[in-house]
Design a protein around this ligand. Structure first.
Ligand code: AMP
Ligand code: ZN
Length: 114
């Protein structure tokens, strides 16, 4: 999608600090981190949110979690713990309409969800 900021990051039209890349997936540092580790893991395909995942996306969605697991190890938070979040739509507080999973860790995150 031409006006999507994360598609622009995928296409390298906007710079980002890439931590992982393959033909389907990109992981990069969040520009406004809320914790010492704050990484966004996205499918390169423009999927708006969890609402828009279709059967044929199951492979890439599964692989995203393998990437998250590896990044957590690499970033040193696998042992201490971390949070994986995907916001959906208005009530979910989704600001960027391209599916992304926040990997957040490196500090005590507390018990609060909402
Ligand atoms: P969400 O509220 O779940 O849609 O999260 C969007 C996230 O994208 C926020 O944490 C932003 O800080 C992050 N973000 C927005 N623009 C960029 C960018 N150009 N590079 C890296 N992260 C970004
Ligand atoms: Zn997009």
């Amino acid at each position: 999608m031409s006006d999507c900021i994360f598609c622009k990051i995928v296409n390298k039209e906007i710079p980002s600090e890439v931590l992982y890349e393959d033909d389907q997936i990109l992981a990069f540092k969040d520009i406004n981190p809320v914790a010492p580790v704050h990484i966004l893991v996205i499918p390169k395909k423009h999927i708006i949110s969890v609402n828009d995942i279709i059967d044929e996306d199951s492979g890439v969605i599964g692989n995203i979690f393998i990437v998250i697991k590896k990044l957590a190890l690499q970033q040193g938070v696998a042992e201490t713990g971390y949070r994986v979040i995907t916001n959906v739509g208005r009530d979910g507080g989704q600001e960027v309409a391209h599916l992304h999973f926040h990997l957040i860790g490196g500090k005590e995150l507390g018990k609060k969800i909402g």
